[in-house]
Design a protein around this ligand. Structure first.
Ligand code: HEM
Length: 209
């Protein structure tokens, strides 16, 4: 069996950073849904008891925000949208049928859009989370502000949960992508097909095989 040529996409620190954020997100989504909707209340068991869930949820939120902030600093410059990404976004239907469009760099138009959506949701969740955080900060804000914060917090969480469902689906759907975040590597074929510009940048090779 011939050995596949591999390219490093994420180092260990980046992968640990990503999975800390992902685990925090899952714990927050489970406990948050439990507070939000009575039918999910039993999910407060994720932290042992409902009381513990209520106490721990905001602290895990702060850890997720700090973890994401580190990711933001690592990747924001790879996520600036350019002409090729707009081409990708406009032709997303063909992309969904397996035909890649545009000279895509490290991330494609969809990933970039998702990155900025995650960033906006994280900021909204952090600010509104602090405003409603009893017993530490909520007493500094008038009740109508706390109510608006609750509404914005719930909407941002729902949008982020929907976004992460798409993020996970895309990661599983494009074969070889999960490996990037688990082992840190991708194959030459994966990089050439899905991220041709990035492939040329990291290998110095032309795209044609
Ligand atoms: C819980 C399950 C998750 C899975 C299976 C997953 C999987 C992945 C994979 C495979 C990649 C690499 C994509 C590539 O290199 O092309 C990636 C990248 C990334 N993930 Fe996740 N992820 C998950 C959750 C999250 C969460 C909760 C966040 C943050 C809210 C997040 C933020 C990111 C970011 C910022 C990147 C880099 C992409 C970019 O900068 O555009 N992930 N993820």
């Amino acid at each position: 069996m011939s050995k596949e040529k591999l390219i490093k996409r994420y180092n260990a620190a980046e992968r640990i950073n990503h999975w800390i954020v992902a685990v925090c997100f899952i714990l927050l989504a489970i406990s948050g849904l439990a507070f939000f909707y009575p039918a999910f209340f039993w999910l407060t068991g994720v932290f042992g008891t409902p009381q513990l869930a209520r106490i721990i949820h905001p602290f895990v939120g702060v850890i997720m925000f700090l973890g994401f902030a580190r990711q933001f600093l690592r990747y924001w410059h790879h996520n600036l949208v350019n002409k090729e990404d707009v081409k990708w976004m406009l032709a997303v239907k063909s992309v969904l049928t397996g035909q890649e469009v545009g000279d895509t760099g490290k991330y494609n138009g969809g990933q970039k859009g998702m990155f900025w959506l995650m960033t906006a949701c994280m900021l909204a969740l952090l600010c509104t989370g602090f405003i409603m955080w009893r017993p530490y900060f909520a007493s500094s804000f008038p009740i109508p502000v706390i109510r608006i914060a609750l509404l914005v917090h719930a909407w941002s969480a729902l949008i982020l949960i929907a976004g992460i469902v798409v993020h996970i689906y895309a990661a599983i759907w494009v074969r070889g992508t999960i490996r990037a975040m688990v082992e840190g590597v991708v194959t030459y074929a994966w990089a050439k097909k899905h991220h041709p510009k990035w492939f040329r940048e990291v290998t110095g090779e032309k795209n044609k095989s």
